[in-house]
Design a protein around this ligand. Structure first.
Ligand code: FAD
Length: 312
């Protein structure tokens, strides 16, 4: 996956579809700013719809709102306009298995060969993830479904069906998924996804490489042999010291927390964040990771600064 990349920069990026109504300007700015440099691949997140209460003429009512629609359109645009390798995220949350299959058929028709199969998070109104009544509760079931399509087996029996050809990635959690009891059981569940047919893993963000190395050792001990791509995020604001651990269950090194707390502006935080991400990335590459995946939040200014440093 990372072979096509500039030597020394085996990087891929995650981007988010824009908020509804904002158009693609920010995405174009991101890729135009790369000046022709191409990441190994671009993964594009999928955002489930949430129930929100709005005030109507007859009182309040619940409606479904998807804040960031457009995963499919963004993927198509990046593939055909920029010639990029694109990996759409595919989630179970809010999807029946028939919806999932329809979405996968669209991806197949667009010639997209890689997907990242995820369960997705809970609806904001629910404490726990609730599967669609006709959908999947865990990502390994979605992987199984995609493998069935790769074998030409569709939900509805189809004569002479053509098989799809998806390479399936899944998520891994160096600091253990929030719902798992411990690393061993979480890795056992990750192995279900690999045994079902996943051929690469992209991890959740982490700020302490020791957690990643422990995780990789646990995966290898459990018999998981597929490439594991570390996910890295550059800190850009003091607020993220609280927000990121709360959302992503990551523990930041105290030296990083102290350095960020000593900053007097977000610009200084970005500098600290870049220093940290650069050190993490260099160590990961030195230890032989297949590549590094950056959670960019569509921030080309920060990502470009990281690339310049890595070239230096
Ligand atoms: P699963 O692999 O299903 O695991 C969920 C939990 O259940 C874990 O605790 C696991 O240990 C346990 N488990 C798994 N299988 C079983 C089983 N068969 N029986 C019992 N327990 C089981 N979310 C989005 O909504 N959109 C995105 O675009 C998105 N992109 C992501 C990208 C990356 C790189 C990562 C790491 C995460 C992303 N997420 C995204 C978040 C992800 O959807 C959540 O972390 C979600 O809570 C779990 O998804 P999963 O695919 O890892 O689930």
């Amino acid at each position: 996956m990372f072979n096509a990349c500039e030597p020394g920069l085996p990087f891929s990026v995650e981007i988010l579809p824009p908020n509804r109504g904002l158009g693609l300007r920010n995405i174009h700015e991101f890729f135009d700013a790369l000046g022709g440099w191409k990441p190994a691949f671009v993964s594009v997140t999928y955002h489930r719809a949430h129930r929100v209460e709005i005030e109507g003429e007859d009182g309040s009512e619940w409606v479904w709102n998807r804040k960031n629609p457009g995963t499919l359109g963004v993927c198509a645009m990046l593939k055909f306009q920029y010639g990029l390798n694109v990996i759409p995220h595919v989630i179970c949350g809010g999807f029946s298995k028939f919806d999932s299959e329809d979405y996968l058929v669209d991806l197949d028709y667009l010639g997209l060969k890689h997907v990242l199969a995820l369960r997705g998070d809970a609806d904001k109104n629910d404490e726990q993830f609730v599967a669609h009544p006709q959908g999947y509760a865990y990502a390994n079931q979605l992987v199984e479904h995609i493998v069935r399509l790769n074998n030409g087996v569709y939900s509805e029996g189809v004569n002479d069906a053509l098989p799809t050809d998806f390479h399936i990635g899944v998520a891994g959690y160096p600091e253990v998924h929030s719902e798992a009891n411990d690393l061993a059981s979480d890795v056992a569940n990750l192995k279900r996804k690999v045994d079902a047919g996943a051929s690469f893993i992209i991890t959740q963000m982490f700020f302490d490489n020791a957690a990643f190395f422990r995780f990789v050792d646990a995966c290898r001990d459990a018999g998981i042999e597929v490439p594991i791509v570390p996910g890295i995020k550059v800190l850009t604001s003091k607020r993220q010291l609280e927000v990121l651990p709360a959302i992503f269950h990551t523990v930041m090194p105290s030296s990083l927390i102290d350095a960020v707390n000593a900053c007097s502006s977000d610009e200084e935080v970005v500098e600290v964040g870049l220093n940290h991400a650069e050190a993490q990335t260099r160590e990961l590459l030195a230890k032989g990771v297949p590549g590094v995946h950056f959670f960019t939040m569509n921030n080309s200014r920060v990502f470009n600064r990281l690339i310049s440093r890595m070239r230096g």
